[in-house]
Design a protein around this ligand. Structure first.
Ligand code: ZN
Ligand code: ZN
Length: 410
């Protein structure tokens, strides 16, 4: 088979099944701690005998922009997904970006499928499924894509497969659970066995990482669970490369309360009520584990001439790591200008950004807040079960992972 080209990058057709994994929210340290605890021998072997390095995620360090970058091999400026939603000033509406119509680039999976390959994709939450499986033609019998969350609803026509629960031998997991991610791996192993995809993408959810930090019993057991499935995929002869969409940090005070800078409140004081509009692109239908508090915000202001003065004010606030105008942010982080506000704000490692206190439902937060979105959650691991044969791209990005898996390993 010839090389496959997608979004200006070229990928070799794999000789053995190749599995790319996005371990949602895998801050460096989780895997090391699980190895230390003796529950992750497969990770330990991969890191010792294969590849272990770090890569930079996309900013905002949120799930959708990064999953879309990984699956297209390009930053948000190319694929268009810069968050869970954006504000359209022309229509004064907040637009959810979970529909494939917002995607401006094809996926690597679709490119391999169109080139005659067998491809599979399993994601934990259904919100990502349509984006990650965009343009797959299930009628060919060479494509399978479904979510753990709606595994029971998969059909041959819409997902390329039915009877997923019977195949996997597990019930549909709760949406807020470690089981949702376990189901992704359990399904991935069954697909590797029975369907033998040339290329497979597995994407988990960061429920555990929002809850607890590296080295805790819960985190160790989660990574221990993953380790077992990696061993199974390895035994099946797969090339495996795992990376993450973003890291995760504590964003609470010493007494466990969320440590939040409420930006809408500040802008209301500065400009008058609701003159500016603060957008938190982490907001989505599943906010229980982070209360829509992350490390990245964009702000729409009616008077762009006011931006420099507003930036000065933001820089003076304790806990703001960066505040810049849209053009600088789009250049620095490769973001789509039409889906970003006039100002981009990023908080420091242990601070979160909110709109105003009454707009955040924190009732679902059973643990002190841990979240992501900023520069402090940009560094993620990249781990493979094979050695590097061709030097890796510098700087290495998490969205180079398909290129690493297909072009750079032994
Ligand atoms: Zn994530
Ligand atoms: Zn998250």
């Amino acid at each position: 088979m010839a090389d496959v080209t997608c979004n200006g990058r070229s990928y070799r057709f794999p000789k053995r099944p190749t599995v790319v994994i996005c371990l949602d929210g895998s801050e460096p340290g989780y895997i090391e701690a699980a190895i230390e605890a003796g529950v992750a021998p497969t990770f330990a072997r991969f890191m010792r005998e294969g590849l272990h390095t770090h890569a930079d995620s996309v900013i905002p360090s949120f799930t959708n922009p990064n999953n879309l970058s990984i699956i297209t091999g390009r930053p948000p400026a190319v694929h268009g997904i810069a968050g869970n939603f954006f504000y359209d000033p022309a229509t004064h509406t907040e637009v959810m970006m979970n529909d494939p119509k917002f995607m401006r680039a094809p996926t690597i999976l679709a490119a391999f499928h169109d080139a005659g390959g067998k491809v599979a994709m399993v994601t934990a939450k259904d919100k990502l499924r349509l984006l990650l499986s965009n343009k797959l033609n299930y009628a060919t019998g060479r494509a399978i894509a479904f979510s753990s969350e709606r595994a029971d609803q998969a059909t041959r026509a819409a997902n390329g497969i039915d009877g997923v629960l019977e195949l996997v031998g597990k019930p549909v997991p709760e949406v807020y659970s470690a089981d949702l991610s376990e189901f992704v791996f359990a399904a991935g192993v069954k697909l590797a066995e029975r369907f033998r995809p040339d290329l497979m993408y597995l994407s988990t959810t960061d429920y555990i990482q929002h809850k607890v930090g590296p080295g805790t019993a819960i985190a160790n057991s989660f990574y221990g669970m993953i380790d077992g499935y990696l061993a199974a995929l390895d035994r099946l002869g797969c090339t495996i490369v795992a990376t993450a969409d973003h890291g995760m940090n504590d964003k609470h005070t010493a007494d466990g309360a969320p440590d939040v800078i409420y930006l809408q409140t500040l802008f209301d004081e500065w400009l008058g009520k609701d003159v500016a509009r603060v957008i938190l692109p982490i907001t989505d239908p599943y906010v229980a584990h982070h209360g829509a508090l992350g490390g990245f915000a964009t702000v729409h202001v009616p008077d762009v001439a006011a931006v420099p003065g507003l930036l000065d004010r933001l820089w003076n606030i304790d806990g703001i790591e960066m505040a810049c105008a849209k053009d600088i942010a789009c250049q620095q982080f490769s973001l789509p200008p039409d889906r970003i506000g006039d100002i981009v704000v990023i908080s420091e490692r242990n601070k979160a950004l909110g709109t105003s206190p009454e707009r955040h439902d924190l009732s679902g937060l059973d643990e002190p807040l841990r979240s992501h979105g900023g520069l402090s959650e940009q560094r993620v691991p990249m781990i493979a079960n094979r050695r590097v044969a061709t030097p890796l791209p510098v700087p290495l990005r998490n969205f180079d992972v398909f290129e690493v898996a297909l072009n750079r390993l032994e």
